[in-house]
Design a protein around this ligand. Structure first.
Ligand SMILES: O=C(O)COP(=O)(O)O
Ligand SMILES: [Mg+2]
Length: 237
């Protein structure tokens, strides 16, 4: 089933008044940036490299979770599972190096998915209020959106460190609705993962998922949603 904004079943037959769009895996394919920044960081720490395929299922729950998963992966050897304390020993330096490298390469190894600009432009033309809500730190998200020419489509942008908790907690969605001045029931979340869907369900927002994103390595159609699209441009058809 594909879906368009005009056909979304909403309570009381209401219409969508606002849209909240996820960033990684929904608007921008950032796997190249993640791989580059993480491998530069791992080289600094004199740890083995990791390939993009192994990184993909780790993306979507913010940088701290990503770094801990990557350290866990590269510190695991046959017969050795790293203890939490072993990961802790690397964490502070890993975060510092990762931040440095990510900001240096941000956007250079990533690309905007087909249909994103068209979809965003059409949603703006419909007069919808629009926010970007990502689990990426805000200091990574803002320059990436600017570099890709996407920042000006949004009334506001929030990152994984903008609020007390991240998606899948509903708090960031509720706070974003507040900032937009919209009701959750008429605010559509557009994302690529169960993380986005869970946050939306718990916030009372309808959710549509893109078919091409990351979703922690799991098939996206196993995640409950009002619909699935192959391109953001489909939303306004
Ligand atoms: O976990 C991340 O860094 C990015 O996640 P996003 O899919 O919420 O943009
Ligand atoms: Mg995502």
């Amino acid at each position: 089933m594909t879906v368009s904004l005009a056909k979304l079943p909403l309570p009381n037959g209401g219409a969508i008044e606002a849209v909240i769009v996820d960033l990684d895996g929904t608007m921008v394919d950032t796997m190249g940036d993640f791989a580059e920044a993480l491998n530069r960081m791992l080289a600094d720490l004199q740890l083995p490299a990791i390939d993009a395929q192994a990184i993909e299922p780790m993306v979507g729950k913010g940088s701290e979770n990503l770094l801990r998963s990557v350290l866990q992966h590269v510190l695991s050897r046959q017969g050795h599972v790293p203890a939490a304390t072993e990961i802790d020993n690397y964490y502070a330096r890993a975060w510092e190096q990762y931040q440095h490298h990510y900001l240096a390469i941000n956007g250079r190894f990533s690309r905007v998915y087909d249909g994103v600009e068209q979809g965003l432009r059409q949603m703006r033309n419909l007069g919808l209020k629009m926010a970007c809500l990502t689990n990426k730190p805000l200091s990574f998200a803002e320059p990436l959106l600017k570099a890709k020419g996407l920042r000006d489509y949004f009334d506001c942008v929030f990152g994984g460190d903008s609020f007390e908790r991240k998606k899948p907690d509903p708090l960031p969605l509720l706070k974003t609705c507040q900032a937009l001045g919209s009701q959750p029931a008429t605010t559509l979340m557009v994302g690529d993962s169960s993380n986005d869907a869970e946050a939306a369900h718990n916030a009372g927002c309808p959710v549509v998922l893109v078919s091409y994103g990351y979703n922690h390595g799991q098939p996206i159609r196993n995640v409950q949603a009002a619909g699935y699209v192959d391109s953001l441009a489909e939303l306004t058809r």
